[in-house]
Design a protein around this ligand. Structure first.
Ligand SMILES: [Zn+2]
Length: 199
């Protein structure tokens, strides 16, 4: 028997989420059918809002409702340091740590020749433009995950920035290989930032 089209479509949508197979998607779809209409309405609205209300900050690339983002607008932060991270989630992790008060630059990915992701696919160009325009920036901290892609992206950026006479550092190797920044605890992150090394 085939499911009615609205259910079939909802199952298909749920299956687009990571880690959700057909069985779970089917369960979720029928669960949604049983939910109060108000809850479903709110759920649908939240899904839309996350795409319509959030944008990339025109300065740092972090996700934000206002442009520039809260961090870029904060005049109390140290504008001489820019930490380069892969994802907005990494900014949250460093902010939660509460020790870093510099600026960020969010790449939205790392270089991956295997997946066809080149320099023009991530926010590297905007980083270079930003550095050319902003004389206050003295140090770039590269805070990418220690995956092969993260490593080669770090090297690529360091090579680009070195001739500009900027201090380029990376996090201390306190983070175990393969550990995601977003899952590292505050103490580990703090040590990694404090013990950063020159590239
Ligand atoms: Zn920003």
């Amino acid at each position: 028997m085939q499911y009615p089209l609205p259910i079939a479509r909802l199952i298909e949508s749920y299956m687009k989420l990571p880690g959700i197979g057909e069985k779970t998607a089917t369960r979720l779809a029928f669960y949604t059918l049983d939910m109060p209409a108000d809850d479903v309405e709110q759920f649908a609205q939240s899904l839309k809002d996350v795409k319509t209300l959030l944008h990339q900050c025109s300065i740092c690339g972090n996700i934000t409702e206002t442009d520039p983002c809260q961090i870029c607008r904060d005049s109390n932060r140290d504008r001489s340091t820019v930490m380069v991270v892969e994802q907005p989630k990494d900014v949250m992790a460093f902010e939660e740590m509460g020790e870093y008060d510099g600026m960020y630059h969010v790449l939205h990915g790392v270089l991956s020749p295997m997946e066809g992701i080149g320099p023009e696919d991530i926010n590297i160009k905007s980083l270079i433009t930003r550095l050319q325009k902003d004389d206050d920036i003295k140090e770039i901290i590269i805070a990418l995950n220690s995956t092969p892609e993260g490593e080669s992206t770090a090297m690529y950026i360091a090579k680009l920035l070195k001739p500009a006479g900027l201090k380029v550092t990376r996090l201390a190797s306190g983070l175990a290989v393969g550990t995601d920044i977003e899952y590292a605890n505050s103490i580990t992150l703090k040590r990694a930032v404090q013990g950063r090394i020159d590239l």
